[in-house]
Design a protein around this ligand. Structure first.
Ligand code: SF4
Ligand code: MG
Length: 274
């Protein structure tokens, strides 16, 4: 705990999260990743949307902004463009990032702007009362699908890769040490990084879907996660009902703010290509 204590706003505690919620584990993994990358607190901005996960920014001793539902990425994009020297990290939920903010999400991937986005993915809208989100698995019992959810969920990692993100990874609250490493690598990537962080919401998801308490939900994460190296040797039918964790994608592409700066230099007659 000592490592991350300096990054916590003690004055903002106690936090609002329910007992057994995974958000605290993800927050600790993010803070350890920030520490690992030795990001300067004054030069780091945490931007969040709306929802249980997005309350995390308020507990973090950085420059923080808690924005509107689904709009964390537009705010983060503006901040990064205004000052590309800043480290910009977005905390968002599965509903926030893929429903209300879904369009912003794919275009941030496409631009490859140097922002790290950590999706606190608990498969549900926790704060607003347990409505299904675009990442709720088929069959999910939610307040908006009391007889089982008919839609298929997005594979958010596949969507991010297809849309142009240059670093995509998935981890879980159970695999917190690995998750720290994945987030650190996302921060190190000079481009748009997405970390799908699977976590437990025992209150709005677990109870309705009879998954047991927090410990059982974390056991579920352990039992259903397959490391990327192991998954590569498995047949699709063996992977059915499981999900792959680890670094899923890494590529090189021009970063948006660097390209923007080049254009400014060119138009001012200072760039090499002007
Ligand atoms: Fe966590 Fe769910 Fe409670 Fe929200 S409703 S704080 S996600 S357990
Ligand atoms: Mg959620």
């Amino acid at each position: 705990m000592a490592v991350i204590e300096k990054y916590i706003r003690q004055s903002a505690l106690p936090h609002i999260w329910c007992p057994g919620c995974g958000n605290g584990i993800l927050l600790a993994a993010l803070l350890r990743a920030i520490d690992k990358q030795q990001l300067e607190q004054k030069k780091t901005v945490i931007v969040s949307g709306i929802g249980c996960s997005s309350r995390a920014s308020g507990y973090m001793n950085f420059n923080t902004i808690h924005t509107a539902h689904g709009r964390a990425l537009p705010f983060a994009t503006g901040i990064k463009l205004a000052n590309p020297e800043l480290n910009v990290i977005v905390i968002t939920g599965d509903g926030d990032s893929t429903a209300i903010g879904g369009n912003h999400f794919i275009h941030a991937c496409r631009r490859n702007i140097d922002i790290t986005t950590v999706i606190f993915n608990n498969n549900i809208y926790g704060m607003t009362g347990g409505q299904y989100s675009p990442l709720s698995p088929s069959g999910t019992i939610a307040t908006t699908s009391p007889y089982g959810h008919l839609e298929r969920p997005f594979d958010i990692a596949a969507l991010a890769i297809a849309a142009g993100s240059t670093y995509v990874a998935r981890g879980t609250a159970y695999h917190a040490v690995q998750l720290t490493d994945l987030i650190a690598k996302g921060i190190a990537n000079k481009g748009f990084s997405v970390i799908d962080a699977i976590t437990q919401c025992p209150i709005s998801f677990g109870r309705k879907n009879k998954m047991g308490g927090p410990a059982q939900m974390m056991q579920w994460q352990k039992d259903h996660a397959v490391m990327v190296a192991a998954a590569a040797k498995m047949k699709p039918e063996e992977l059915a009902g499981k999900f792959v964790i680890g670094e899923l994608h890494k590529s090189d592409a021009p970063e948006y703010t660097a390209e923007y700066d080049k254009m400014i230099a060119r138009l001012q007659g200072k760039g090499a290509e002007a």
